[in-house]
Design a protein around this ligand. Sequence first.
Ligand code: ADP
Ligand code: MG
Length: 617
Amino acid sequence: MSSIIQVLPDHVANQIAAGEVVQRPASVIKELMENAVDAKATDIKVILKDAGKTLIQIVDNGVGMSVTDARLCFERHATSKIRFAEDLFQLNTKGFRGEALASIAAIAHVDLKTKTTFDELGTHIIIEGSKVIQQEPCVTATGTVFSVKNLFYNIPARRNFLKSDAVELKHVIDEFQRVALAHPAIDFTLIHQGNDVYRLPAATLRQRINGIWGGKSNEKYVPVQESTDWLSIEGFVGKPEFSKRTRGEQFFFVNHRFIKSGYLHHAVMAAFEGLLKEGFHPSYFIYLEINPELIDVNIHPTKTEIKFEDEHAIYSILRACIKHSLGQFQIQPPLDFERDATMDLPYDYQRKELKSPEIEVDAFFNPFEKSESKGAYNHSFSKAKSAAWESLYLPSNDDFALPTEASTLQIEQDWSTGSLFELPNKEQGSQHKFFQIQRKYIVCTIKSGLVILDQQRAHQRVIYDKLVSQLQQHRGHSQQLLFPLVLEFDASQCAILAGFASELHIMGFQLTFLDAHSIQVDGIPTELKEGLVPSVLDQIIQDYEHKSQDFSDEVGYFLAKSLCKSMAIKRGSVLTELEMQSLFDALFASEDAQMSPFFKKTYITLGLEELDKKFDL
Ligand code: ADP
Ligand code: MG
């Protein structure tokens, strides 16, 4: 047999990887603004047409690039920011993967003009779909101008997922604000369709916050400040009376990099305990400075999640220092709230012994491996997964409710031992806790009556949740095929799948695009049967071509819906007891157990009361 493996041409590899870095215009803006900051610019302008879909132009007065660098910067893994693996532990720059420009150049028309102070003439490069179209010397100011036109011009499958200009502009503004807040000492301008959206001259942090949101910050915010030998905290928190119903202005920056952290957010909320009305959210702008050796920013290409070596210590310092500020500025709990007694405690963490965090170096650490990370799909799935099924087992009548702590314990124990179901059955030695009706429904007895599942919809929910959670964590599970499958498609269909390659990869598909018509499948999601692979991929193409789902979802959700439809067990399939049980368990571990991803009922219950009623008891 002749060999079939080929190394992917660069432009294809870049295009596939681009899906990971570039989701929408806002991602390009973030990458280019950060590059300008890394290039030590003091003035950065962002100019947009059609929310960035038609044109994104970033003009900076940074150090610029030499002729060679201007050409090299578009190569994958080309970066001036790290040279040795150890450099990763000393990072003071935003970028370091050397992926952004290679990715952007693969999926847009890019025009670069750049010049260093040492050169008389600058360099002008035009590059489209990773191909250099033109390179010549040019007259230009010191610094760099990147113009990115027609985003996703060569991947219509992704372009169709861009949202309205208003929605895309909102994403752009979010990214712009994050970079502008992280660097108050830099001038930033944002212009859309020829109109100023922001003009922010270099300023103090307080002025920068005012510049973005207007109003008088003295009235609204109190400063927070703390420093220890390994951590410093600065910033502002909003006074409780200015808290809002929507969770808007909440920002954490670590070493001038915007991050998201549910854990640190919790620390802030703990400091506000007793001061906020139910359902209200405080604003905060918290800047942490920490030795870069004590954090790992390398967990995701878009880098909004980071790992700290000692999260617990940061949590307590942060909470204590915000409490202290709120106390110092004599913020009293509103009269109608219970006073939080802990507010009265002296500010005493300084007396506690602080341990410097220890760090272990992983010799096998690969900076370009993408794992253990979270990205665009991390909203709405973070809640505890217990609520949905818990309600099934607890009597709804309060009179019968156990004290909450005891009942949770009870349930957790039941859960882990798998003895959720009616004990009498088990005690009588019955093997059948589950029954299938018409190969369509699964019936199961529970403490409060009966549950009847629609097997197909229930399985859709389970698969959908699993795929979405893989997207959130950027980590999929894949089973290797013993013999790779090679599938043939139309060129246009192949292009559709290629447009979704990075998401499909995270969902467990290992695909190699051999040529314009054929795809080699080396690995598939663990719950997919090999024989179904062609029909599952066909379904994606069909859903896309026939727009059988609208494109208002993100690409990942679109794919998860398509896949759960084609991968779920169908009505008419016979299930073993074990399969019924694991489907049942998996469904009720979902917080959206009651609905399929297509908003259809997944199960109904028949309560004892209802049964009693039917028997006139
Ligand atoms: P990274 O930022 O991870 O290094 P990028 O692909 O974003 O990777 O950029 C590649 C390289 O191009 C950078 O390391 C830097 O040397 C150079 N570069 C990019 N943008 C600019 C800019 N605005 N000014 C000067 N140099 C730049
Ligand atoms: Mg970069």
